[in-house]
Design a protein around this ligand. Structure first.
Ligand SMILES: C[S@@+](CC[C@H](N)C(=O)[O-])C[C@H]1O[C@@H](n2cnc3c(N)ncnc32)[C@H](O)[C@@H]1O
Length: 228
């Protein structure tokens, strides 16, 4: 098993499979994620994996109640932590606080979340977030009561940023898999070609932001609204 397989499968995908056992699509997307990693090598991957290994030991914590999700106990050497996390820049979606270090990201995703959250009810829902970036919105959705968030994004750097966040948060129910929407199994892809009808037909709900792809509660849901 290669280094990237080890990190992606053992550290995260295995816990996803445990969170929703017996669901064939969960195993299927995990296999697809590993396949994509094998078939879409990225020259920076060894450097990024090295960066992840340099993250300091920390007590896993996740405070998801504010606009700046705070992950991990406070790290002593914030300057060194900043230098390590800069190896994974650009940090686009946030703000985030990792080990006591605030990351002022390129985008104020908290402002976007404020516009969206009043239109969706997430308590108990399982969410598929398509084009999820580093998983920032997954953290916000967990904070709003979602039971599980599975994000997909083909940009490997964002998956690395999510793994860094996971180092600080510990095993929480927010996942980012290195997949594009077109990598999804045939049946979901067909459904997503007409997502509004498909979600409602299966008892799910859809939240589409102007920057589609965005997030999609998959079950159970009773709402359907377009947010801008
Ligand atoms: C404009 S950003 C939106 C990010 C986030 N959903 C938001 O609302 O702020 C689009 C995201 O979609 C991802 N993306 C691009 N092509 C994609 C594809 N074919 N399938 C899934 N995600 C894709 C990009 O890597 C990027 O993270």
């Amino acid at each position: 098993m290669s280094q990237q397989d080890t990190i992606i499968s053992l550290d995260s995908l295995a816990t996803l499979q445990k969170r929703w056992p017996g669901r064939a699509w969960v195993n299927s997307v995990c296999t697809l994620a590993q396949k994509r990693l094998a078939t879409h090598p990225h020259g920076d991957l060894p450097r990024w994996l090295c960066t992840l290994q340099q993250l300091p030991a920390v007590s896993p914590e996740a405070n998801l109640d504010s606009g700046t999700p705070a992950l991990g106990g406070r790290v002593e050497d914030l300057k060194a932590l900043r230098e390590t996390l800069m190896e994974l820049h650009p940090w686009r979606k946030g703000p985030l606080c990792l080990g006591g270090l605030r990351i002022e990201t390129e985008w104020r995703s908290d402002w976007k979340w404020e516009r969206v959250e009043t239109h969706i009810r997430l308590a108990g829902h399982r969410v598929l977030d398509i084009g999820c970036g580093n998983g920032y919105f997954g953290l916000r959705m967990l904070g709003a009561g979602a039971a599980l968030v599975v994000g997909i994004d083909p940009t490997l750097l964002f998956v690395m940023q999510w793994l860094a966040c996971r180092h600080f948060s510990g095993d929480i129910a927010n996942y980012v898999l290195p997949l594009a929407i077109e990598d999804l199994p045939a049946d979901p892809t067909r459904r997503l070609s007409n997502p509004d009808r498909a979600c409602l037909a299966t008892g799910g709900g859809l939240c589409r932001t102007r920057d589609w792809p965005s997030f999609l509660p998959i079950e159970p849901a009773v709402h359907h609204r377009e947010c801008r």
